[in-house]
Design a protein. Structure first.
Length: 428
RNA sequence: GGAGGGGUGACCGAGUGGUCGAAGGUGCUCGCCUGGAAAGCGAGUGUGCCGUUUCCACGGUACCGAGGGUUCGAAUCCCUCCCCCUCCGCCA
């Protein structure tokens, strides 16, 4: 959510953000400002009337205590008329406030000046490519073939039991998932994150707090009968952990890491892009969240990026870092990097991490604040998060990039203590 | 799921219709005291919104789990919902 002052003082900037992100119509800003005028004049009128009523009510109290009931009655007569008017103005103010709130929620975050302006994913900037894509003197198999060959996962039975995009993992495939969980969490903890296990369902307030609602409604599944959403990312419960709280300045930053399954409806996706583990409705992820002092948030973004990249370095997977352009970044973000891993058989890049600074956008919705000084007024914190990392595509890359001519797969050494095996396709 | 109890400021806790944004205590901030510290003493210390203002600030209004209602007036009375605690039941 944007600060209303920002909209009032720099409407051009907000319109520019709408255009750059390709979200909504710039007219929204003018409508909002008009409503804001109405809202304020209504509130002023209402509060003036309430002030008079309070004054009279106080007089009535004094008179009654003094036993001057007749004088009190006279004033009560007078006040009676105000009552209806106050009620009317209250309702009106409420209506206008609700409308305004709805509009404000439709305004996306303003991109940081360093973000390239662009229309879509073609305008993202490749900042760096790390590692060498492996070369093969045989035809490398795509991961779905490797999975079938070694019985690492079963998507068909997943489709039978639940639906497409809900895989079973089996044998070394399942053990690899478990290994990644511990591997990623251990690394995150060593890098200063507090480990957390969050609820996997959230209520609408939380979904709105981090920005999944109202704008990305078709992203999430819903639980009928209970007002819950299965989380599309652990970002939601973890960041909302501190909703409506005020930190002492010393308590910042807060850093959490968490493992969770994630559920995404991914409405409308199909085709070869979604084959195998490329895109699932349920997947596992380790998420990193930072809640920081506003002055520190871009340093924190760099650090978070480094945390995510170091995991790819450790796994010896080739990857590239993209700085997302305005048109391809999300509603809530001020600046986003995507990390994409090289998938050797598919010969394409797969997104395994998205690292974002939301600045105060989420914090304003969630009212997460800090006090700069012990007696000072609270200010909004900045929130950030990044995947560290999403499992299925890491698995896809590990399988494809590390396959041998005999069809076996050799896992990177750092994982051996976690997996308990070094190779897939043999007994090792 | 059943029965009972309860949700008040950073925390504890008083307050059952009027002068209550809310006693008292703790914590915190500043000052006094001290060689320094502790103890003492004094002052201050919630948030949102609207308005006035050159800063400092000031005025108004709302908020005592949430929403609605009664009333000239609600933390206090009524209704609905949510959450927490205790006991019982069920259960990984």
């Amino acid at each position: 959510m944007l600060n209303l002052d920002t909209v009032r003082n720099t409407p051009r900037r907000v319109k520019e953000a709408l255009r750059a992100k390709g979200i909504g119509s710039p007219d929204l800003v003018d409508t909002l400002l008009e409503i804001d005028e109405t809202r304020r004049s209504t509130i002023t009128e209402l509060q003036d009337l309430q002030a008079r009523q309070n004054e009279l009510s106080q007089q009535i109290g004094t008179l009654k205590r003094e036993g001057k009931d007749e004088e009190a009655e006279a004033i009560i007569e007078k006040t009676g008329r105000m009552k209806a008017e106050i009620k009317r103005l209250k309702d009106e103010a409420q209506t206008v406030e609700d409308r305004q709130e709805k509009l404000v929620l439709q305004l996306p975050n303003i991109p940081h000046p360093s973000v390239p302006v662009g229309a879509d994913e073609d305008d993202n900037e490749v900042e760096e490519t790390v590692g060498e894509p492996p070369t093969f003197d045989f035809d490398p198999a795509p991961h779905w073939d490797l999975i079938a060959r070694h019985n690492l996962a079963d998507l068909e039975r997943g489709a039978k039991v639940t639906g497409s995009g809900f895989p079973f993992y089996l044998g070394k495939g399942a053990r690899l998932q478990r290994a990644l969980l511990n591997f990623f969490l251990d690394r995150a903890r060593e890098r200063g994150y507090t480990e957390m296990q969050p609820p996997l369902f959230v209520n609408p307030d939380s979904a709105e707090g981090t920005g999944q609602l109202p704008d990305k409604d078709d992203l999430m599944y819903e639980v009928p009968g209970d007002d819950f959403y299965p989380i599309p990312t652990a970002e939601v419960p973890v960041t909302n952990f501190h909703r409506d709280e005020i930190f002492a300045a010393d308590d910042l930053p807060q850093q959490y890491c968490t493992y969770s399954p994630c559920w995404r409806r991914e409405a409308g996706s199909y085709g070869s892009d979604v084959r195998g583990l490329n895109r699932l409705h349920q997947f596992d992820k380790v998420e990193l969240v930072r809640i920081v002092h506003p002055d520190a948030s871009y340093r924190a973004l760099d650090a978070l990026l480094e945390d995510a990249e170091s995991a790819l370095d450790a796994l010896d997977l080739p990857y590239r870092r993209l700085l997302m352009c305005t048109g391809d970044m999300g509603f809530t973000q001020a600046k986003v990097y995507d990390l994409e891993v090289w998938s050797a058989a598919q010969e394409r890049w797969l997104e395994v991490s998205s690292v974002s600074n939301f600045e105060a956008f989420q914090a304003r919705r969630m009212q997460i604040r800090y006090r700069p000084e012990p007696e000072a007024s609270p200010e909004l914190v900045h929130t950030l998060n990044g995947s560290g990392l999403a499992f299925p595509r890491v698995v896809a890359a590990l399988l494809e990039n590390n396959q041998r001519p005999d069809g076996t797969i050799e896992l990177p050494e750092v994982l051996h203590p976690y997996t308990g095996f070094a190779r897939i396709g043999t007994n090792e």
